[in-house]
Design a protein around this ligand. Sequence first.
Ligand SMILES: *Cc1c(COP(=O)(O)O)cnc(C)c1O
Length: 755
Amino acid sequence: MIKKLQDLQQHIQQEKRKYNHLSATRMYELIQAYVKAQMQSAPIHQSERKLYYISAEFLLGKMLTSNLVNLGLLDEMQELVQKEGFAWSQIQDEEMEPSLGNGGLGRLAACFLDSIASLQRNGDGIGLYYHFGLFEQKFENNKQVELPNRWIGKTSWFTKKEVNYRVPYKNGWLKPILYDMEVIGEHGTRNTLHLFDVESVDESIVHDGIQFDKTAIEKNLTLFLYPDDSDEAGRKLRIYQQYFMVSCAAQMILEEALQHQWDLRHLHEHVIIQINDTHPTMVILELIRLLQKRGLLLAEAIEVVSGMCAYTNHTILAEALETWPYAYLQDVVPQLMNIIEALDVMMKERSKKASTAIIDANRNVHMANIDIHIGKSVNGVAAIHTDILKQSELKDFYALYPTKFNNKTNGITFRRWLSGCNTQLHHYLCDLLKKDPSSHPEILKELVKYAHDETVIADIMAIKQEKKMEWIAHMKKKQQITLNPYAVFDTQVKRLHEYKRQQMNALYIIHKLLQIRDNELPPRPINIIFGAKAACAYTIAKDIIHALLCLQELIAKDEKVSPYLQLCFIENYNVSEAEFIIPASDISEQISLASKEASGTGNMKFMLNGAVTLGTNDGANVEIAALVGQENIYTFGKDSDTVIAHYANQDYVAKDIYEGSEHVKTLVDFLISDEMLRVGDPVSLTRLHHELIHKDWFMTLLDVEEYIVCKEKMLQDYEKQTDWGRKMLMNIAMSGFFSSDRTIQEYDRDIWKLS
Ligand SMILES: *Cc1c(COP(=O)(O)O)cnc(C)c1O
């Protein structure tokens, strides 16, 4: 145990004397041990009411810097490291990033843990300890290749704990192991993240990238996050995983309740469970089952559990709303079936509408419908998203339970997304505003006073330039790519999905490439930057990555184009890469089809770091626009009502747009031009080309022309540098609303009632 800073310094000197040398690895290990000891000695916040935030994902990112920020030790540790001759980035590089999430939903859970602890609320996270998390992405032959991401190393923030739980399945039970991580808040109290693993897990069954035997449940249960569920074995494995998670959660909650001697019939007075999307839904069923075993009647158990559970909806994409065939559930968790049946009958008495059924006419079980019927709260994650839930997606439920519905616009923790990843901007703002905006986000509004102060504007722009230089050096080292640091940085980083429309950005790139070849040169070079993983079984998403990588190669080899336009695809986009690129970006691409992006949180990170949004009126973009005003954001595209009407009337025909516009036709056809086919795979490129013309489910061609016009305007405006700097300033100034501290205060005020 290294308890004090002097102890740490002593250890460092000892090692240096002993080995005549101190490696970055050893330095990291010593600092990590010191920080972990600090966290373990922090007091736990106790109270008569406790939150359990259950989530299949916690996309934590590296924890060293973030923990130091919250302990208030970052500056002195950076100083110490520098004195020993290391760059801070060298020490950070030593930590493996746990990739226990896909994207926004998992990152949200991680931001929430940070804010819950920092606001000194009593709340723990519960999830799964995936040994390989989400896959690691490599590019080969302009295609994505998936590799296992083994993030568990010698030094870990997690501590192994024994638990005496058993998780029953149809064919016997599995024994869990618990891994706990301290979550330290900025005022020195701590909560815990509990991740469950299965004792019999066996890493050696993984072969050929990320293949494994999907039927060997006792060995594979906690190997990967969301294994490919395109077949039955994959779908059943997800049910096994979800039940494992929630059964452990339910057993832990009841165990803690008994320790506190809380009366189980009044458990809802002491416990609140936030269900992050539908993955943890079975916790409702499992708690009802366990309460019945402890003597409650079914009706009593339902009543108690109803008062304890609240559900967050993250999507209106039909394919993402989970339903399981009744037969699959019966095969995996037969002990829950009588409860599902009972709830189904009771709820059909409340509402005869097919849309609200728990078990539908095809014998599929609708997980969200269980959450909405039984839970006490249903929330969307941005104002427009909650409105769409109430008015279209869940309107029959809204009629049934109007008071359950509420909005909680997402947020991000400024301690990571400002203090941690942009120390220059953070220090500058602290000095200027005389208060720390990471702890007091509302103070950022005072920046507005400086909107006409050219010195402040120049300072903020100088910091942006510094962050660009840092990122360029990073990319040179990581991907051996040389980029122009004086270009405008136009960035789209997020999961790859058709609704997010990276393919529309690809069409812009083609437009710009053809213009440059035609001697229509941009006033300044443009770097278009991507980062995105595609789900393994999502063919069209992989086709889009392939098209972008082909364009990257083609542009890099084109001596006429590359001085003016560069495309850079960041390999293996994750939290660490996000922390690097976001502070360096000028343009934040948020171009989802209106109505499809529930909130987005990437948009908030960019705003806080002084990038200007180029976006549709979707998700939290709408709230960003309302805060900064139309002169500080660039919006385009059809609105959500128009889009929803197209789906309802089934009257969107991509081919009409393709055939009606020579320009659009040229851009789309470039995908299968000879030069693209020379560097790419004809099957993949042709499939994407065909998809855009004959299906285009997410309406790329509907908005592409407006998008191009809007981006051109933005690039022109970028040349008025002081005006642009003012837009940056205004975005930073108005970003305080998007602190996850604000979001958590709202959850607590309206749903959790912890304080
Ligand atoms: C914030 C974040 C996301 C979410 O980005 P969106 O643009 O909101 O989809 C995804 N991945 C990582 C690594 C992030 O940090």
